[in-house]
Design a protein around this ligand. Structure first.
Ligand SMILES: O=C(O)COP(=O)(O)O
Ligand SMILES: [Mg+2]
Length: 310
């Protein structure tokens, strides 16, 4: 699965202008593109302001499930960037929608066990579901099956799904209780992973991502989850159906080849832009492989394009 044409490195004002003129809608990945953790990358705000002035449509599509969309809206606001909540799509939101629309679980009856952070809990609760586990502080206690409040009186019989994602408080207690629910079997408890990203970028570091946490639950239960984040097309389908967008005029901007660029490529979008400010390198961007598609365009970071056209 490779793009036949060689990726174009945007390096001149003319190339930057041609790039902008080709698309009317931009889908932005967040971690590694707009920011690294809480470090806003140079010219992120100016770049987004420029797109707004050009009348371009902008959406944010992040595999990071640690925050709910409302919380991301606050994160943007803290950087002086005004974003509507329906411009934001996260893997936590996609996973909650999957529970509602594909598994068709009943909010009044069915519950979900979470191995993850508040983003998953909050999105489930927004849809009316009771989410167990996750950020419950009782899970911070050392694990003992005889005294764990999640096991000593037996599992909750109304749990019908496990959603696993990035959990920076992960511990043996969380993994052990998650395993008990997964051992109930796929007929009784579905297994959903938010995203496959095995790492994600912070300023100066690359840290373990959701994929590495989910792998613990998958390995111990010998079950494979359905993943709802990029490159799963469900998120793209919900963006396009919500906003009636024209795929050929859309560009996916990301920092990871096997999620962001694959999402844009398999979604038949008009093009993809890889930025090298996150996970990937120029060498991997140019390498022809069956493992992931190459991008249509690439650049060191978003700010490099802004500096060409400002
Ligand atoms: O949190 C992650 O694993 C990646 O998040 P991103 O999709 O915004 O890069
Ligand atoms: Mg990213």
């Amino acid at each position: 699965m490779t793009t036949s044409t060689d990726p174009i490195k945007i390096a001149t004002k003319k190339e930057a202008e041609e790039f902008f003129n080709k698309f009317d809608t931009f889908l932005f990945d967040c971690d590694g593109v707009l920011w690294l953790g809480d470090y806003l990358l140079p010219y992120t705000k100016e770049f987004l302001d420029k797109l707004n002035k050009m009348g371009k449509k902008v959406y944010f599509v992040t595999n990071n499930s640690t925050r709910a969309r409302a919380s991301y809206q606050k994160k943007f606001k803290a950087y002086g960037i005004d974003v509507k909540i329906d411009q934001i799509y996260t893997s936590a939101f996609a996973s909650a929608i999957y529970v509602r629309d594909f598994l068709k679980l009943q909010p009044s009856k069915d519950k979900i066990w979470v191995l993850g952070e508040s983003g998953i809990m909050d999105e489930l609760e927004t849809l009316g579901y009771e989410a167990l586990g996750g950020t419950d502080p009782r899970l911070n206690e050392p694990f003992d099956a005889k005294t764990s409040p999640f096991l000593k009186d037996g599992l909750d019989p109304n749990v019908r799904a496990v959603i696993a994602g990035l959990d920076r408080e992960v511990n043996y207690h969380r993994l052990a209780v998650t395993l008990q629910y997964l051992r109930e079997g796929e007929d009784k408890v579905s297994f959903i992973g938010t995203n496959i990203d095995c790492t994600f970028p912070q300023k100066d570091y690359i840290v373990p991502g959701a994929g590495s946490i989910i792998a613990c639950a998958a390995c111990s239960s010998r079950r494979e989850p359905i993943y709802c984040g990029k490159p799963n097309m469900n998120m793209l389908d919900s963006i396009i159906s919500h906003a009636k967008l024209e795929k050929s005029k859309m560009c996916m901007v990301g920092d990871r080849l096997n999620t962001d660029i694959k999402f844009g490529y398999e979604g038949n979008l008009g093009g993809t832009l890889l930025v090298l400010s996150g996970i990937e390198t120029e060498e991997r961007a140019l390498h022809v492989t069956e493992e992931y598609p190459r991008p249509s365009y690439y650049v060191g970071k978003l700010g490099d394009i802004y500096e060409l056209i400002k």
